[in-house]
Ligand binder design. Structure first.
Ligand SMILES: *Cc1c(COP(=O)(O)O)cnc(C)c1O
Length: 385
């Protein structure tokens, strides 16, 4: 919800830009860590959701670790002051260069996604006379009941090591002198709103933990990943139900006294703290459609084009007026998928009206591109005004 003062500030600025509410971010982080602390759960922040400096600064100050999915993110985490022993590195395609960088910085753990990767990390660690701590990312074949493009834990997905490869995995771990097995890792998908999915995940985590322990491995870390969704239809009801989320893991995971439970939340922490602010360039009244053409497009916010994502769209300049006209809200990019919403009911809209596309804190600014030679995207916080 924006005040008239916010809107007045927006109207004076060049658009498009991301607007961050750092106070909401702080409250969200606090709610999350309070709920996690109740069970002594550890939370890492999934850096890929948003690596704006102001955002990750808040998260680092709150004491969270960093979950990285590329060498660039590992570097960003370390250069931003995250402690090395709180940095984890996942990803199906870690290059030798990225692995070496992470080894040089003594990160907490590699979440390993294939048998071959285990062998490569062992080899590279041996060259440096180091021991790499590894967790095995297991593909548990649990359906996240989310959009197919953001499902990661099914047999047909590229992520993690499949259950039928576990014996071979245990063999490699046993004979690799430069690997230290610390635990198991899972991440089944994103924007998960049906919390029952996590009960199914817990059952699988318990099974795999027992399996490794029966084979003589000590499983010190149960990393259950992230994926907790936000309500894109209620951008003003902003903090996810972290209490209910963590309670499921407390109720359904078998945690031994020596085991730590780790989480990797991205979207749930940052999703609601930003809006993309844009101006109307043109209103085109077609025969079958009315188009609102914004100065922001898929180059600033790709989620709708990439996975038909819904974002609430508001005309801030006409917020007192009744919604009476249906518009397709499109951007300026030369792609038909460059559309933020179809048949959106809004007040009658005019050139230069200021629009907000809500709930864009996660997978928004980080996915911005220069396609069509677009300019760098700007960002502001309330403190900038
Ligand atoms: C993307 C990702 C996450 C975070 O997902 P969210 O849905 O943003 O919580 C966590 N772990 C891994 C390995 C990821 O790739």
């Amino acid at each position: 919800m924006f005040s008239d003062k916010d809107i007045a500030h927006f109207s004076n600025l060049e658009t498009p830009f991301y607007y961050y509410d750092l106070e909401l971010l702080q409250n969200t982080i606090k709610t999350c860590t309070n709920a996690a602390n109740k069970y002594e759960f550890h939370v890492h922040y999934a850096m890929k959701a948003n690596f704006n400096d102001k955002v990750i600064n808040e998260i680092r100050q709150a004491g969270l670790g960093a979950d990285c999915v590329s060498g660039g993110e590992v570097r960003k985490a370390i250069e931003s002051g995250f402690e090395n022993h709180k940095v984890v590195f996942a990803g199906v395609g870690k290059s030798d260069k990225e692995i070496n960088y992470a080894l040089d910085h003594n990160i907490f753990c590699f979440n390993v996604e294939s048998l071959q990767e285990l062998e490569v990390i062992n080899e590279l660690a041996a060259q440096k006379q180091k021991t790499a701590k590894v967790a095995i990312r297991i593909n548990p074949n649990v359906d996240a009941h989310t959009h197919a493009n953001i499902t990661t834990g099914l047999d047909e997905n590229k992520f993690g090591i499949n259950s039928w490869d576990m014996l071979a995995c245990a063999e490699i771990l046993r004979k690799s002198a430069n690997l230290e097995f610390i635990g198991i890792h899972f991440h089944i998908g994103s924007q998960i709103t049906n919390l029952d999915v996590y009960k199914n995940l817990c059952v699988r985590v318990n099974e795999f933990a027992s399996w490794f322990e029966d084979k003589g491995f000590k499983v010190g870390v149960l990393n259950v990943g992230g994926g907790l969704g936000i309500d894109y239809h209620k951008p003003d009801q902003q903090i996810p139900d972290f209490e209910a989320y963590f309670k499921i893991f407390n109720d359904f995971l078998d945690v031994k006294p020596y085991q730590e439970v780790h989480f990797e939340l991205g979207r749930a922490l940052v999703g609601q703290c930003a809006s993309l602010i844009s101006r109307v360039l043109y209103v085109k009244n077609g025969k079958k459609k009315n188009f609102v053409v914004l100065d922001a497009g898929m180059t600033e916010l790709m989620r709708p084009a990439l996975y038909q994502a819904y974002h609430q769209i508001e005309n801030l300049s006409k917020k007192q007026e009744p919604a009476t006209v249906k518009y397709d809200i499109v951007g300026p990019i030369c792609e038909s998928t460059d559309c933020f919403g179809k048949e959106v009911l809004l007040p009658e809209t005019h050139r230069n009206d200021v629009f907000a596309i809500r709930s864009t804190g996660a997978y928004g600014e980080v996915m911005a591109s220069h396609y069509n030679l677009r300019e760098d995207i700007r960002s502001y916080t309330a403190q900038d005004f």
